[in-house]
Design a protein around this ligand. Structure first.
Ligand SMILES: NC(=O)c1ccc[n+]([C@@H]2O[C@H](COP(=O)([O-])OP(=O)(O)OC[C@H]3O[C@@H](n4cnc5c(N)ncnc54)[C@H](OP(=O)(O)O)[C@@H]3O)[C@@H](O)[C@H]2O)c1
Length: 262
């Protein structure tokens, strides 16, 4: 299926690994011109090379931390007028006890998971409206809808991000600028692998044990980690020309973890 976005220009903020990378790869397969960012240079360059080689799309890597003003400026300098904006980051650290969260932890989470995405949306959405075409997707977290103590540094700021994004989506829908959020559950990514390795080290257990423990803790009906590439395909669909009436939705992709019909 042709998603009708060939030659569109996309910023994927946070795309050297995990769900951002899979989304970038899926967009590149559709012939989208990519500007992908991350903080770590080597992994970013490798990701850009792999995507370009496998798809023949044009891929420009931009080393940038979008939690900082300078990082966002660097990204927007490389691509001032994106048609598509996808924003993500690494999962904030897991917290066993709310008392272990410091004030600095909160500032770190707020700047990366909330202020960064908000400022990138603010800087690009008017241009999309002027050009009468735009797609914005935040890759946030199922914890935005499903609060747990373990994800306190991830869920609350994403609930705020979802609130902001949905509010903007109503204003810009008439301009064919479509904003949505994807809310992942447990996906096999380097970010989750790091979380599981840290827990195994801290608890003196194994990686496989911690993986099963997390799946059981969240009560995932599928009983397995979800696939990143499947997720990327859905992100590309929300960035497609066909998404023009999907306005301000928060699509949970979590193997059925969250109970609720709507
Ligand atoms: N994987 C899961 O099971 C899971 C579950 C629930 C929610 N999520 C959410 O899904 C999203 C993606 O997670 P993931 O597992 O794919 O993460 P990941 O594997 O750690 O990949 C994150 C990507 O974003 C980049 N990044 C992180 N912080 C950044 C920043 N401040 N500026 C620019 N780039 C940044 C990373 O590269 P650098 O480190 O080099 O910057 C990397 O390319 C996150 O919002 C996470 O909370 C994931």
């Amino acid at each position: 299926m042709d998603l009708r976005i060939r030659n569109r220009r996309a910023i994927i903020a946070g795309a050297s690994a995990g769900l951002g990378y899979s989304s970038a790869m899926a967009l590149a397969r559709e012939g989208v011109t990519l500007f992908i960012s991350a903080r770590g240079e080597e992994r970013l360059r490798n990701a850009a090379e792999t995507i370009a080689r496998e798809t023949t799309a044009s891929v420009t890597p931009v080393v940038a931390d979008h939690g900082t003003r300078e990082g966002r400026q660097a990204l927007l300098k490389a691509c001032p007028q994106p048609d598509i904006l996808v924003i993500t980051c690494s999962p904030p650290k897991a917290t066993e006890d709310f008392r272990e969260i410091s004030e600095e932890d909160w500032y770190g989470s707020v700047t990366t998971t909330l202020v960064g995405p908000i400022e990138l949306m603010k800087a690009t959405v008017d241009g999309m409206a002027d050009r009468r075409w735009g797609r914005i997707v935040n890759i946030a977290t199922g914890a935005a809808k499903h609060p747990t103590e373990l994800r306190l540094l991830s869920g609350p700021t994403r609930s705020a991000l979802v609130n902001y994004t949905v509010a903007l989506s109503k204003r810009f829908a008439k301009d064919n600028v479509i904003l949505n959020n994807l809310l992942p559950g447990l996906h096999a990514t380097p970010g989750l692998e790091k979380m599981l390795s840290d827990r195994a080290e801290r608890n003196g257990s194994s990686y496989a044990f911690e993986e099963q423990r997390l799946i059981e803790f969240f009560g995932m009906p599928t009983k397995r980690l979800a696939d990143s590439d499947d997720f990327g395909a859905f992100c590309a669909l929300l960035c497609s020309d066909y998404a023009n009436s999907i306005v301000g939705q928060n699509l949970v992709i979590d193997g059925g973890t969250i109970h609720g019909m709507f």
